[in-house]
Design a protein around this ligand. Sequence first.
Ligand SMILES: [Zn+2]
Ligand SMILES: [Zn+2]
Length: 180
Amino acid sequence: MLLAHDTEAALQAAVDLVNSGADPDTLTSTDEADAWYAKHRYTGRRDRDRQELADLRAVRPTLRALLLAERDDAAGMVNRMLAESRAMPQLLRHDGIDWHVHAVAADEPLVRRVIVETAMAVADLVRGDEMSRLSVCADDNCEGLVLDLTRNRSRRFCSTTCANRNAVAAYRARARSARA
Ligand SMILES: [Zn+2]
Ligand SMILES: [Zn+2]
């Protein structure tokens, strides 16, 4: 199933937000929130205050639970989130981005928009039976989320850091067994 570009963008933003909570936390300042916001081309309301930062940080476990949920559980969570946020999907075209769906108004608090956009994206994954695109990093010591948007489902690590560390470990293991 082909995922819509806004679905992919929303998932990527949510995964990055969740992964920012790994040790060391990389969402501890408004500047770091700005970087995340800019990277994922968010638009709309920004408060840039302590409350907004605190809300973004606090929503991470909720998003993590949703993104890693079994399909049937994810469906229930999506429904609850959309109902609680009184989501109303609307097609928009703005800032050079072609037609895509916003399900809450642009002047709603950022964290509410993140929740709704993530819920809408997960709705697509549930419908397409694609929840398997989300997993936990294959590194033994990493809890990072992995979003695999590759055609051949080859992505297993949350970051190039984890991928490289494991490539080196695998190389050393092969070298050891070749010598034995
Ligand atoms: Zn938009
Ligand atoms: Zn990792």
